[in-house]
Design a protein around this ligand. Structure first.
Ligand code: ADP
Ligand code: MG
Length: 245
């Protein structure tokens, strides 16, 4: 294993019943790298993210996070989920808690921080995503783009080693997509290790170190954005790009 690899998947296979949704996946994400995962609907992108966080089990293969195998359960698993921050298409904020409380809760419960410490940290992170002035509001008082930025702050508050984004802008109105992508670009510039499932090809071109193209549960291409977008090697990728670009 490379010394600086933060995520390492080797020969990972996952089935839902008869359906073989991850097929012999080998993937390494190094510290500080931004890997964008693209591919048609149903190709296994979300499942890939979810296995890394152990929201899904796998049938065979190995997954290492920062050199350690995924914990099976208990405290180790809670720590893993903190270290691997996850942001979904739906923001999943607690509707009856303020923005500040949403960012602080898991810090207190999982990281064992005192409320004042957690809140101080939350405010700093809310400031970083441009939402310090919204701390006392309820999620429903915020726009979709603002809510997604709260979800990002909440994940960052756990001091993750890596952030996984699964179509973070797919549920947003077009005018809000950029404010979320800009927060992600900033994170990338600061050196955060990131795996991003997205259909935003502009983001892939400008922020990714590598593009991973999936189809039918397999990684079909794993290359630099330049190589991938200018000369995709596979028919599947050419077909996909012709439909979305
Ligand atoms: P993507 O994110 O690329 O659209 P998914 O990872 O969501 O793809 O899905 C991969 C395949 O696994 C699809 O065929 C999907 O129907 C199937 N699948 C996803 N989640 C489940 C589930 N909980 N139970 C059964 N099949 C599932
Ligand atoms: Mg998906």
């Amino acid at each position: 294993m490379a010394v600086d690899s933060l995520i390492e998947l080797r020969g990972v296979n996952k089935y839902y019943g008869q359906s073989h949704v991850l097929q012999d996946i080998d993937l390494t994400v190094s510290r500080g790298e931004v890997v964008v995962v693209i591919g048609p609907s149903g190709s296994g992108k979300s499942t890939l993210c979810r296995t890394v966080n152990r929201l899904e089990t796998i049938e065979s293969g190995r997954i290492l996070i920062d050199g350690r195998p995924l914990p099976e359960e208990g405290r180790g698993l809670a720590r893993l989920r903190a270290e691997v921050g996850m942001v979904f298409q739906s923001f999943n904020l607690f509707a009856h808690r303020t923005v500040l409380a949403n960012v602080s809760l898991a810090q207190i419960k999982v990281r064992g921080r005192k409320k004042e410490d957690a809140d101080r940290r939350s405010l700093r992170l809310l400031d970083r995503v441009g939402l310090a002035s919204q701390a006392d509001k309820l999620p429903a008082q915020l726009s979709g783009g603002q809510q997604q930025r709260v979800a990002i702050a909440r994940a960052l508050a756990m001091d993750p080693k890596v952030m996984l984004f699964d179509e973070p802008t797919s549920a947003l109105d077009p005018e809000m997509i950029n404010e979320v992508l800009e927060v992600m670009r900033q994170l990338a510039r600061e050196g955060m290790t990131m795996v991003v499932v997205t259909h935003e090809m502009g983001f892939a071109r400008s922020a990714a170190n590598r593009v991973v193209f999936m189809a039918d549960g397999r990684i079909v291409e794993d290359r630099t954005p330049d190589d991938f977008f200018t000369a995709p090697e596979s028919e599947r990728a050419r077909d996909f790009l012709s439909k979305i670009l």
